[in-house]
Ligand binder design. Structure first.
Ligand code: ADP
Ligand code: MG
Length: 634
C-alpha cells in the first residue's frame, strides 16, 4: 500500500505540494519539478511562496497566515485561479485545490497545482475566433448598409467610411479617411461640425439631426444624421459614429404635400368667396334688370347700365376664381388639342399683337383628350398673354403638341402622377424668364410681378385649376433671361370599348457599361440622371456646369463615350461645351437634355451641332433608352 502511494504520487499528472503550518514545503512530486523547473531538493524546506510570482507573494503569505490562525483549511476543489512561477521567473496559469492533512497533530496543507496553460490557450483561441467572426459580420453589415456609416475622432477626422457613405457624399473611402468631416459642410453652416463635436465631447448623442451636406460634386443634399459617441474601455469619449441618411426624396414629397395643401386651402377659400359673391352678383344683375324694365323704354338710364357693366366684370373675376378652385362647370368633350390650337390661332395672334409671332409645332399623331374646349382655349390664351408680356421687345412663341407617357417617376410640383399616356401641350417663349423664387409662386391666385393694373395674378391660377380639374398636370421650366416653357399634360381619352394604348414596350436592353459625362446645373435633376444611369450599369462622371465638365473631360484619361449635357447653364452652355468636346475628344458622342421643347431649342438656334435631344421632364427609363440609342448609333 505504502509503495503504491509513492507510485501514485510520482505518476500524478498534477503537481502535488505538501506545505506545513509555517508555509514550508515538505514534499513535492515529480510533476512539481517538471512544472516549476526546480529540482526536488531545491524546493524542500523552502517557503511555498517561491512557486508564486513575486507580485502575489504578500497576499499569499497573508492568506496562509489566516489559515494557520484558524488552524483550519477550507477544503477546496480545483478551481482557484492563480499564477505559478517557474524557476526562470516565467509565469503560467494554474488551478489550485487545497485539502487539510493532519499528521501527528500538525496541520499540513496538501496543494494540488494543475497547469492550465493549454486550456487557457484553447479558450482564448476560441474567443478570438468568435470575436473575429463578429467583427467580420459587423463589417459586412456596415459595408452592405443602405445608410452611410462612418466614424471620426474628436477632431472630426474620418476613421472609417462605408460604401454607402461613398455613394452618398461622392468621396471614395481612400480620399475621405484622414480628412475632416468639415469638408462636407455647406457654406451657410460653417460651425456645425464644431458644435456637434462639442456635444460629443460631453458624451451627448445626437439623434436624427436634419441638416444639409455638400457632396464631392458640390451639390447640397438633405441628410438626417444620428451620431453616437464612441468610448474607450475607461469610458472616455474618443470619437463618434455617424449614420447618415439621404432624406432629399422625403423632403421633396413633403414639399409637394405642403404645396398641394396650400393649393387646396387657397382653392377652398377663393371658391367659397367666389360662390357667395356670385350669388350677390346674380341678385345685383337681376334687380338691375328689373329696374331697367320699370323705366320707360327710351330712358338711357346711364347709372343702371354702368352698374350692369361693372357687374359683368365682377362676374368674369369670380369665374376665374371658380376655375382656380376647380369648381367651375366643365363640359368635357373628346377633343384634339391640335384642332383647338388651329382654330384659335387667329384669335391668339391678334391678342399677342404684331411684334410677337405665334408658331405651331403640332404632332399629327396626337391622341384625343377629354376636356372642355372653351377652357383649353382659355388656357392657351392665358399662356400666350403671359408669353407676350415676357417679351416686351417681341419674339416668337411656340405652341407644341405631342404624346407622352408619364410614369410614377414623373412628379409634378404638387401631385403624384397616374402612370399612363398624356397629350402634351407646350407653350414656350424667349422672354425674360423667372427666378426660382418667382416660379415657386406663379400658380398662387393674385400672385403677379406686373405693375398694378396690368397683372391680376389670376391667369396661371386659372390655368392650374382647369388642368387639374381635367385630370392633368402642369409643369413649368424657366431660365432667367432665356425664356419659359409651360407643359400641360392631359390624360388621353380612352373609349370604353377599345383598350387604351399600351405603355411603351420596355426596351430590350437599355443597360450599358460605357462612361458618360453628365452635365447639368440643377442638382436634383443631375442626381436623378446619375442614379438612373448608374443603376443601368453605366459609369457616370458628373459636372454642374460647362467649365467643370471641361476640367473633368481633360483629366479623364480613359475613354469617354458620351456627353449628356443640359442646354442652358450658367457659364459655358451645352452646345458650346459639345463643340469643345467634339474637338478635344472626337470619339465622344453628344446628347442634349433641356426643359425647352425640342422645337424651341432648335428654333432658338441653341444646338449648333447636331446631337440627340431629350426633353425634360423625362423618366429614368426614357433617359436610359435614349442614351442606349445614341451609343448604338455608332
Ligand atoms: P399675371 O399675368 O396677371 O401677372 P399670371 O398668373 O398669369 O398673372 O402670372 C403670374 C406671374 O407669373 C406673372 O406676374 C409673371 O411674373 C410670371 N409669369 C407667368 N408667365 C410667365 C412667362 N411666360 N415668362 C415669365 N414670367 C411669367
Ligand atoms: Mg397672366
Amino acid at each position: 500500500m505504502e509503495r503504491f502511494a509513492a507510485v501514485l504520487l510520482e505518476a500524478a499528472p498534477d503537481a502535488i505540494v505538501l506545505v506545513d503550518g509555517a508555509g514550508v514545503i515538505r514534499l513535492v512530486n515529480r510533476r512539481t519539478e517538471q512544472l516549476f523547473g526546480y529540482r526536488r531538493e531545491e524546493l524542500l524546506g523552502q517557503p511555498v511562496e517561491v512557486l508564486v510570482p513575486e507580485r502575489l507573494r504578500d497576499a499569499h503569505v497573508e492568506h496562509r497566515a489566516d489559515f494557520a490562525r484558524a488552524r483550519r483549511v477550507r477544503e477546496m476543489g480545483m478551481g482557484l485561479d492563480l499564477c505559478g512561477r517557474r524557476q526562470d521567473g516565467s509565469e503560467f496559469p494554474v488551478e489550485i485545490g487545497l485539502s487539510p492533512v493532519e499528521e501527528d497533530g500538525e496541520l499540513l496543507v496538501l496543494t494540488i497545482v494543475r497547469d492550465v496553460s493549454e486550456r487557457r490557450e484553447l479558450e482564448r483561441a476560441r474567443r478570438d475566433a468568435r470575436e473575429a467572426l463578429i467583427w467580420a459580420h459587423l463589417a459586412k453589415i456596415v459595408d452592405s448598409s443602405q445608410d452611410a456609416i462612418f466614424s471620426k475622432d474628436l477632431d472630426g477626422v474620418v476613421l472609417t467610411w462605408n460604401p454607402a457613405a461613398e455613394a452618398l457624399y461622392g468621396y471614395p473611402a481612400a480620399e475621405m479617411v484622414g480628412r475632416s468631416v468639415e469638408l462636407l459642410l455647406p457654406d451657410d453652416r460653417p460651425t456645425e461640425v464644431r458644435e456637434i463635436l462639442e456635444r460629443l465631447r460631453r458624451g451627448e448623442p445626437i439623434d436624427r439631426l436634419e441638416t444639409r451636406r455638400r457632396t464631392r460634386t458640390g451639390h447640397e443634399i438633405d441628410v438626417e444624421l444620428t451620431i453616437s459617441p464612441i468610448r474607450d474601455e475607461a469610458g472616455e469619449v474618443i470619437g463618434a459614429s455617424t449614420i447618415a441618411r439621404d432624406v432629399s426624396a422625403r423632403k421633396a414629397v413633403e414639399a409637394r404635400r405642403l404645396q398641394a395643401q396650400k393649393m387646396e386651402t387657397l382653392g377652398r377659400l377663393t371658391g367659397g368667396v367666389a360662390h357667395d359673391v356670385n350669388n350677390m352678383l346674380t341678385a345685383i344683375v337681376g334687380f338691375g334688370e328689373f329696374a331697367l324694365d320699370a323705366l320707360p323704354h327710351e330712358d338711357p338710364a346711364p347709372h343702371i347700365r354702368s352698374i350692369l357693366r361693372v357687374t359683368d366684370g365682377a362676374a368674369e373675376l369670380t369665374r376665374r376664381l371658380l376655375a382656380f378652385s376647380r369648381q367651375q362647370v366643365l363640359t368635357p368633350q373628346r377633343i384634339n388639342l391640335n384642332e383647338i390650337v388651329e382654330s384659335s390661332m387667329l384669335m391668339l395672334q391678334r391678342v399677342v399683337g404684331r411684334h410677337v409671332r405665334v408658331e405651331k409645332a403640332l404632332d399629327p399623331t396626337l391622341d384625343h383628350v377629354l376636356a372642355d374646349p372653351i377652357q383649353v382655349e382659355q388656357v392657351l390664351l392665358n399662356l400666350l398673354v403671359n408669353a407676350r408680356d415676357a417679351m416686351p421687345g417681341g419674339g416668337s412663341v411656340i405652341v407644341e403638341t405631342g404624346n407622352a407617357f408619364l410614369d410614377g417617376s414623373y412628379a409634378s410640383f404638387d401631385a403624384a402622377v397616374e402612370p399612363g399616356w398624356y397629350a402634351m401641350l407646350a407653350v414656350s417663349d424667349q422672354g425674360v424668364g423667372m427666378e426660382p423664387e418667382t416660379r415657386a409662386r406663379i400658380f398662387d391666385p393674385f400672385f403677379t410681378t406686373k405693375e398694378v393694373g396690368r397683372g391680376t395674378g389670376l391667369g396661371l391660377a386659372t390655368v392650374y385649376g382647369i388642368v387639374r380639374q381635367s385630370g392633368g398636370h402642369i409643369w413649368c421650366y424657366s431660365e432667367p433671361g432665356e425664356g419659359t416653357v409651360f407643359k400641360l399634360y392631359l390624360p388621353v381619352a380612352v373609349d370604353r370599348c377599345e383598350p387604351g394604348q399600351p405603355p411603351p414596350a420596355p426596351l430590350e436592353d437599355v443597360r450599358g457599361w460605357e462612361t458618360i459625362l453628365v452635365v447639368e446645373d440643377d442638382p436634383t435633376v443631375r442626381d436623378l440622371m446619375r442614379r438612373a444611369l448608374e443603376s443601368a450599369g453605366y459609369r457616370v462622371l458628373e459636372a454642374s456646369d460647362g467649365c467643370e465638365a471641361v476640367d473633368i473631360a481633360r483629366a479623364h484619361a480613359e475613354p469617354l463615350h458620351l456627353l449628356v449635357t443640359d442646354v442652358i447653364m450658367p457659364g459655358l452652355r451645352g452646345p458650346d461645351l459639345a463643340a469643345w468636346v467634339g474637338e478635344a475628344r472626337p470619339e465622344t458622342r453628344t446628347m442634349f437634355v433641356s426643359g425647352f421643347a425640342g422645337q424651341t431649342v432648335a428654333h432658338h438656334g441653341l444646338l449648333a451641332r447636331a446631337g440627340r435631344f431629350l426633353a425634360k421632364p423625362f423618366t429614368p427609363s426614357a433617359l436610359c433608352a435614349t442614351v442606349r440609342q445614341v451609343l448604338d448609333e455608332a
